[in-house]
Each structure stands twice: as structure tokens, then as C-alpha cells.
Design a protein around this ligand. Structure first.
Ligand SMILES: Nc1ncnc2c1ncn2[C@@H]1O[C@H](COP(=O)(O)OP(=O)(O)OP(=O)(O)O)[C@@H](O)[C@H]1O
Ligand SMILES: [Mg+2]
Length: 327
């Protein structure tokens, strides 16, 4: 869907992006992460040609991005940024309808689309449609920014720290929304963030950049297990990597079948992460949890010994030795 081939960007003498090659499949959520000034935003903005690249090639579905008309790029690529870039003297509804308006959609269709998007992002139409950006909280404004990026139903979304200024709870709910949106609408998303937990949670493909270059890319679990160098390792959290990996794996991956022992009082949901399970064990001073389904029915047991088998091959369902030892 998006292909960058040996792309570079020069600002005067400075090389902001240096020989970057990147291949993003349709429906993929690709996260760019790296230190400040490493070229993430520049990379993003070259894709929709807010910045022209100096060398290399950028293709959308096999066609050079330079050959697309501006109007086509605007329709096909949604763009959301941290500062939202909303027009202060336009209402929420008019801001969201910006691109459809530029594309000369009929007014009734724009109104319908705006209301559909507001519902999708949990913004009450009656309450927010006629408000101005200054009357919104940061989180509401960012939702409007995301709604605006989605307005013309682009198949590509470029998001530059779109949740940057939010508290952790609002941020998590917007992350969940984004994951749902991606699954439902099959968008191809390139997402820039400084927050490694956010990156690990969202990414199908994680791209680590430093000084204009890509240092490593792959699935988050791949990078956690085999960081290419000390820079990637420390960016991923150093000694914290174990917990970060546990946060990506569900309890169901390490639980064993229910045994004859009486069920434990301490429970964990089967869709919880291993990190959450470990936290419950630490908090409750126990090495064994009963795993329950959504209806609260016991479906298995989770033992500490198996939980910490995360990186070893001595893990997985029904590993008898650990099971008995812990039981
Ligand atoms: N218009 C510009 N003119 C000159 N230099 C620029 C311009 N835009 C960016 N740069 C430089 O290019 C480099 C990469 O900038 P970029 O904005 O892509 O970094 P970033 O990874 O997004 O950083 P941050 O995490 O701080 O947002 C930086 O050194 C920056 O100073
Ligand atoms: Mg940036």
C-alpha cells in the first residue's frame, strides 16, 4: 500500500531522513518511534507530500506519489496531528467536514457524514456540533481531529502523535477506538508516537528510527526479543522489556487445564494480559490464579512458574513438571 524506497530528505545541509526503505501492507498499523528530531514527522509528511522528498521513491499502491493530484492525495490520505490544527473560528461540525467540503460533496451528505463520525468517536452531536475548538477539552479536540482525518473515508491515515497531550485513561480509550476502527474499516495507518507502551500496544509493525535512519523494524515481540542494538534495547525499556512483553500476551497463552485442586479465590480473566496476571499474583501473594471466562466460569489455572516461562521453551499448556511443582 505504501512503499518508501531509499528515501532521503535534505533541509539545506542537514539530512533529516537518510535512505529510508519501508513497506507497509494494506490494513497494517505501522508505528514510527525514536528520539526527538530523528525524522519521524518528516517521513510521515513526505507520504502525503506536505514535504517533497529529495531522493528515492515513494509509491502508493505501486504508483509514484509525485504523480498523484493534490485532490486525490487529500481524499485518500487522512492526516491527524497532536495540536489538532483545527480552525478556531469554525465549529466542530465545519472542521470535521473540511475535506468533504473541499471535495464539493453536497451539503446534506457532508452533514450526514459529520454526524456519523461524531457518533463513531463518541462525540454527542447535539452537545458538540456547534461548539468552537476553544470550548473543547484537549481529548475532545483530538477526537475532532481524528474525525476530520477520517471524513472523506481515506484508505490511509497518517497520525503524528495524535494522542500526545492526553491523560492515560483518555489516551487508552482512544487507542482502543483506533484498534477497533482499523479492524472494522481496514485502514492502513502510519502512527508516530513517543510513548513506547502506546507503540507496542498499537503496532503490527514497529519502526525504530535514529538520526534519520531506520535502525530496526518488525513485530513488537520480535524487537523486544531481539533488539538490534543497545539503542533499540534501551528505547524498548531495558530491563523493563519482560513486563512490556508480558503486556502483549494474553493469559490464555500460559494457562493450563483446570485440575482437581479446589479453585482459587484469586481470579484473572482469560483475556487479561500476563502482565496483569503477574500484578495480581504480586498483590495477592499467590502463585496460582483461577482463569475465568466472560461469564465468570473457571476455564483454567495460571501458575507463576508457567507465567515466567515467557521467554523459555518450557512453557505453554499442560507443561507437567511446572504444573505439579507449582501446584
Ligand atoms: N522545515 C524544516 N526546515 C529545516 N529543518 C527541518 C525542517 N523540518 C524538520 N527539520 C529538521 O529535520 C529533523 C527531523 O525533524 P522531524 O520533525 O522529522 O523530527 P521528529 O522525529 O518528528 O521529532 P519530534 O519527535 O521532536 O517530533 C530535525 O533535525 C529537524 O530540526
Ligand atoms: Mg515530530
Amino acid at each position: 500500500m505504501i512503499e518508501l524506497m531509499q528515501v532521503s530528505k535534505r533541509f539545506g545541509d542537514a539530512l533529516a531522513v537518510d535512505d529510508v526503505s519501508l513497506n507497509i501492507a494494506r490494513g497494517e498499523l505501522c508505528v514510527l518511534i525514536g528520539t526527538s528530531g530523528c525524522g519521524k514527522s518528516t517521513t510521515l509528511r513526505m507520504i502525503n507530500r506536505l514535504i517533497e522528498h529529495s531522493a528515492g521513491e515513494i509509491h502508493l499502491e505501486g504508483q509514484p506519489v509525485r504523480e498523484f493530484r493534490e485532490e486525490v492525495l487529500r481524499r485518500r490520505i487522512g492526516y491527524a496531528i497532536q495540536s489538532t490544527g483545527l480552525f478556531p473560528h469554525w465549529t466542530v461540525a465545519r472542521n470535521i467536514g473540511l475535506v468533504p467540503g473541499l471535495l464539493k460533496w453536497p451539503r446534506a451528505r457532508i452533514r450526514e457524514r459529520v454526524e456519523e463520525l461524531m457518533a463513531l468517536l463518541g462525540l454527542e452531536v447535539a452537545e458538540f456540533a456547534d461548539k468552537y475548538p476553544s470550548q473543547l477539552s484537549g481529548g475532545q479536540a483530538q477526537r475532532v481531529g481524528v474525525a476530520r482525518a477520517l471524513a472523506a473515508d481515506p484508505d490511509i491515515l497518517l497520525m503524528d502523535e495524535p494522542f500526545g497531550a492526553l491523560d492515560p485513561i483518555t489516551r487508552e480509550s482512544l487507542q482502543d477506538e483506533l484498534i477497533r476502527l482499523q479492524a472494522r474499516l481496514n485502514k492502513t495507518i502510519v502512527f508516530v508516537t513517543h510513548d513506547m507502551d502506546e507503540a507496542l500496544r498499537l503496532a503490527d509493525r514497529l519502526v525504530v528510527m535514529n538520526q534519520g535512519r531506520i535502525i530496526q523494524q518488525g513485530h513488537p515481540l520480535e524487537l523486544l526479543r531481539r533488539p538490534a542494538d543497545g539503542f533499540v534495547e534501551s528505547l524498548l525499556g531495558g530491563e523493563d522489556r519482560g513486563l512490556k512483553e508480558a503486556a502483549l500476551l494474553p493469559v490464555s497463552q500460559r494457562m493450563v487445564a483446570l485440575d482437581d485442586a479446589p479453585p482459587d479465590e484469586q481470579q484473572v480473566a482469560q483475556h487479561a494480559t500476563l502482565r496483569e496476571a503477574l500484578s495480581i499474583m504480586l498483590w495477592r501473594h499467590t502463585e496460582r490464579l483461577t482463569v475465568v471466562d466472560e461469564a465468570g466460569r473457571p476455564v483454567g489455572q495460571l501458575y507463576l512458574a508457567q507465567l515466567v516461562g515467557i521467554n523459555g521453551e518450557a512453557s505453554g499448556r499442560g507443561h507437567d513438571r511446572h504444573h505439579r511443582a507449582a501446584g
